[in-house]
Design a protein around this ligand. Structure first.
Ligand code: PMP
Length: 338
């Protein structure tokens, strides 16, 4: 029994990914973060950040939590905030999926959509959310805080203490590799720190989508990017505070053409309906499996639920428009209008 939805966050199962395991001769497991109440790994960050702010005495009952997010962190923050008696104001780039925006409004977030512009632009969603938090801290009767998921290390520390600890326990400490993409870096750097401190020899790999700069950074020291990706919630262009001090053992750059067929096959062949960032993660896990050779156990993250992307990733018209591969069965599936 759980006391509230807050206690239903985390302790997600590890699910064996059959095809990825069979293809590589490794055991590849996905941490089923889509089974969190908000259907993504970011419920954890929402909870860690709110609990940390409470501990520091920064949040008062009825206080406002402001955040810039691709959506999932906003959903996590909002459901935790509702359960604990706070409000959320969420700033989201307008390019993010309609399903995530609808979920945020349904949960009761006050949603502000802004044009998608790079981080260095003062109108970038993260910067807008920071300024708004400062302003609301002065005007709101119960105060306001900025969650600041990218540079607030409560995010990474939570993964050290929960996600990594769970993976260690669930595998009886037998884990040879962990792979993840990066949005804030909380998941990758936190799980890496937690697993490295508990086991020796575990290999940590970054799976970076096209358009992100971390693959280039960790392989050549330069923050450079090329190409683009339809995945959401990942693809970082700078070293966030959550990534500070972290180094992967291996780095992979994964094109959408490699990641998306994995997502489509998982729906049809394994009953797993997941978002695009999970495709990048599993493609990365397959590359790490090939690097380490058969017989190893590799864990990655099943970041969020695929229904969140029905209008994009699972929409043949959208995929055709982006010249991305479209599976035949998807063409035959009834589509929602967008
Ligand atoms: N996948 C999805 C769908 C996400 O929303 C996020 C977070 N923005 C991530 C992966 C990456 O997680 P993190 O922020 O911990 O790097």
């Amino acid at each position: 029994m759980k006391n509230s939805v807050v206690d239903a966050i985390g302790n997600t199962p590890l699910i064996r990914l059959r095809r990825a395991s069979e293809e590589t001769g490794c055991e590849i497991f996905g941490k089923a973060e889509f089974m969190n109440p908000g259907q993504s790994v970011k419920d954890r960050a929402g909870l860690f950040i709110i609990r940390d702010a409470e501990k520091r005495g920064l949040l008062r009952p009825g206080g406002v939590i402001v955040e810039g997010t691709a959506g999932n962190t906003g959903i996590g923050l909002t459901l935790v905030a509702k359960a604990l008696g706070y409000r959320t104001v969420i700033v989201i780039p307008e390019t993010q999926s309609q399903e995530k925006k609808d979920a945020l409004r349904l949960l009761g977030a006050e949603l502000i959509e802004v044009p998608a512009v790079p981080y260095k632009n003062p109108n970038n969603y993260v910067k807008v959310s920071g300024r708004l938090a400062e302003q609301l801290a002065r005007t709101e009767p119960n105060g306001a805080i900025w969650a600041n998921q990218f540079d607030n290390v409560a995010n990474r520390n939570g993964h050290v203490n929960t996600t990594a600890a769970e993976i260690f326990d669930q595998t009886d400490g037998k884990v040879d590799g962990f792979v993840s993409a990066v949005g804030t870096g909380g998941t990758l750097a936190g799980v890496a720190e937690g697993l490295r401190s508990r086991t020796s020899g575990v290999k940590i790999a970054l799976a970076d989508p096209m358009g992100a700069a971390l693959y280039s950074y960790y392989t050549s020291g330069e923050l450079k990017s090329e190409g683009s990706s339809i995945t959401e919630g990942i693809g970082q262009g700078r070293i966030t505070a959550n990534l500070d001090g972290f180094t992967p053992d291996f780095s992979y750059q994964i094109p959408d053409e490699e990641a998306l067929p994995i997502i489509f096959d998982l729906v049809q062949e394994e009953g797993l309906c997941l978002g695009g960032s999970t495709g990048i993660n599993i493609a990365g896990a397959i590359r790490l499996a090939r690097e380490l050779g058969p017989g190893h156990r590799i864990v990655t993250v099943l970041c969020d639920h695929g229904t969140r992307y029905q209008s994009k990733l699972f929409n043949p018209a959208f995929l055709r428009d982006k010249s991305l591969p479209t599976p035949v069965w998807l063409e035959q599936t009834p589509q929602i209008d967008v």
